[in-house]
Design a protein around this ligand. Structure first.
Ligand code: NAP
Ligand code: MG
Length: 515
């Protein structure tokens, strides 16, 4: 790692403002630890409101006076692809850092998170070439003119991400904003900020962006995050995190009528249809549920199973779950790492107790794994509840941990109704060999993404986001890029003489051009 300057035996990461690494006011810092062991990993600067002011001023200046918003699209695209190349050279180091910092199994970070993040950067580079010009249909009322839409960058964007999927999150915030000519003040989560900080370091070392285009602020969300969101000089807020904080952010952004996009929580359903191939569907819904210990916003945490197959499905889910290895995220053999924090484990354990009180039964897990290797981190067993009622709190509230609720249904229509009976609407999966039927079910689900015979479908060409309280707006794909632009209608009038502007006569008497 090229993390410096070191402080004690862990690296120290300052703030990054206007192209310079700098201490926070009064040199305040906080400690970042490995969830699996509690070992210190790094110290990170804790920004004050004055530091946020400086970062916003730098981004404002870079937007209002700097070259980035006016840099040609092909050039922005070229720079983004060059940055991707630099990220690629650091892939294995980034994977290890992400595993340590977030407790993410190394198989996942090595084969999914970092390569996916890299693919995303290239796709945003490709989308950066998209023309800001959109022709409009011919309009000859009141007479002929040439009309088009020009896409302006939005301005200064405040971007806040959570601790899960941190590297990909950082990528899908920063790069669409850059691709469309915006400038950025970016804040990662205090719980796992390191891969995002490393990404900013790569951007800095490249020297490819004008100063102030990307700025990094670190510190507690309730303080610096909230202050950043409410800053009057911010034009757009892009937030990924909990629905609870998202609600607050919308309120804080309201007085200045800021543009807000929110990617929030979920309680996504996976629906097994009666004709599903269970060899595939059992592993598929478990992948949907227990990937990263269920700490993914679009995790398929409610599974709807036909009554006729219920006992077989439970038995097979239990059998496969028993084979999952909980352990050290840096061990290639580990399937499930620790949770992000002890606080998060308290929450998960409260929900396990609640599920039992609500009358559902634990068919596997429900406790902490036993052994010395589990003593220093917030580990919890993958847990499956059978006979869950969709209206119970276990099936309605986002737990953000490895707790799977299995719900029975009689008719497919009932499964669809229950799947939609949620305040959330982020993602879903449908498991069936009859693709036509699966598409019909997919169309009736009120969610932003549906996987047919697949669950975690993050495709940078596709819009990602939620219905209902899972969010507002979209990220990724063309739809996500457009969220970083303001459409501007430009009208070019073709009348060469005043006499052609007959509609002005409704106010002003016609000119006598002969006189
Ligand atoms: P969180 O508590 O809402 O925090 C998310 C981010 O917001 C962190 O950077 C946090 O900073 C900051 N923050 C906290 N309070 C804030 C406030 N009052 N004003 C401004 N910023 C504030 O969420 P989390 O626990 O980190 O992440 C898990 C949640 O994210 C889950 O609900 C999950 O579903 C959701 N999520 C959604 C998506 C999606 O795309 N829809 C993707 C991933 C995760 P600090 O951590 O430094 O305090
Ligand atoms: Mg949090």
């Amino acid at each position: 790692m090229t993390l410096e300057p070191a402080e004690g035996d862990v690296p120290y990461h300052p703030l990054y403002i206007n192209g310079e690494w700098c201490d926070a006011q009064e040199e305040r810092r906080f400690l970042v630890t490995e969830p699996a062991t509690g070992e210190p990993l790094a110290r990170v600067a804790q920004a004050s409101h004055a530091d946020v002011d400086r970062a916003v001023a730098a981004a404002r200046h870079a937007f209002d006076k700097g070259p980035w918003p006016h840099t040609p699209h092909y050039e922005r695209a070229h720079i983004i692809h060059q940055l991707a190349q630099l990220v690629q050279e650091r892939s294995s180091e980034l994977a290890e850092l992400e595993s340590r910092d977030g407790g993410v199994p190394i198989r996942k970070t090595t084969f999914n998170d970092i390569p996916l993040g890299l693919h995303m950067i290239h796709v945003f580079g490709e989308l950066a070439r998209r023309s800001p010009y959109e022709p409009l249909p011919w309009n000859d009322f009141p007479t002929v003119s040439w009309n088009f839409v020009w896409r302006d960058p939005f301005g200064v964007c405040a971007q806040i991400i959570p601790w899960n999927y941190a590297f990909c999150m950082a990528v899908w915030k920063i790069f669409p904003a850059l691709a469309t000519g915006n400038t950025v003040v970016f804040k990662p989560s205090s719980l796992a900020p390191l891969s995002a900080i490393e990404l900013v370091r790569i951007i800095d070392e490249s020297g490819l962006l004008p100063r102030g285009t990307v700025n990094l602020i670190t510190g507690p969300g309730g303080d610096v995050g909230e202050y950043l969101v409410g800053h009057p000089k911010i034009d757009k807020v892009a937030f990924t995190g909990s629905t609870e904080v998202g609600r607050k952010i919308m309120g804080i952004a309201a007085p200045h009528i800021k543009k807000v996009t929110l990617e929030l929580g979920g309680k996504s359903p996976s629906i097994i249809l009666p004709d599903a191939d269970l060899d595939k569907a059992i592993d598929g819904v478990l992948f949907g549920m227990f990937y990263h210990a269920g700490q993914l916003c679009e995790a398929g945490t409610r599974c709807f199973v036909p009554n006729s197959m219920y006992d077989e499905v439970i038995e097979r889910l239990v059998h496969r779950t028993r084979q999952l290895r909980v352990g050290d995220p840096l061990d290639l053999a580990t399937d499930i790492g620790p949770l992000i924090s002890f606080k998060q484990r308290d929450t998960v354990e409260r929900y396990i107790a609640l599920g039992r009180e609500e009358g559902a039964n634990v068919v596997i897990g429900g406790g902490r794994p036993i052994g010395e290797e589990y003593e220093r981190g917030p580990f919890v067993e993958p847990t499956i509840f059978a006979n869950v009622k969709n209206r119970s709190r276990l099936a309605q509230e986002e737990i953000f941990g490895p707790v799977f609720a299995i719900i029975r249904y009689d008719e497919i229509g009932d499964a669809i109704e229950m799947a939609n009976d949620s305040i959330y609407g982020l993602a879903a999966s449908v498991w069936s060999e009859d693709i036509q039927q699966a598409i019909e079910v997919a169309k009736r689900l009120r969610t932003g993404t549906v996987g047919i015979n697949e669950h975690h479908v993050l495709n940078p060409y596709a819009p990602f986001g939620g219905h209902k309280e899972s969010g507002i707006g979209r990220e990724m794909g063309v739809a996500g890029m457009l969220e970083y632009t303001e459409p501007k209608h430009i009208h070019v009038d073709f009348q060469r003489h005043r006499s052609g502007k007959i509609w002005w006569d409704a106010l002003l008497p016609p000119l006598d051009e002969e006189a």
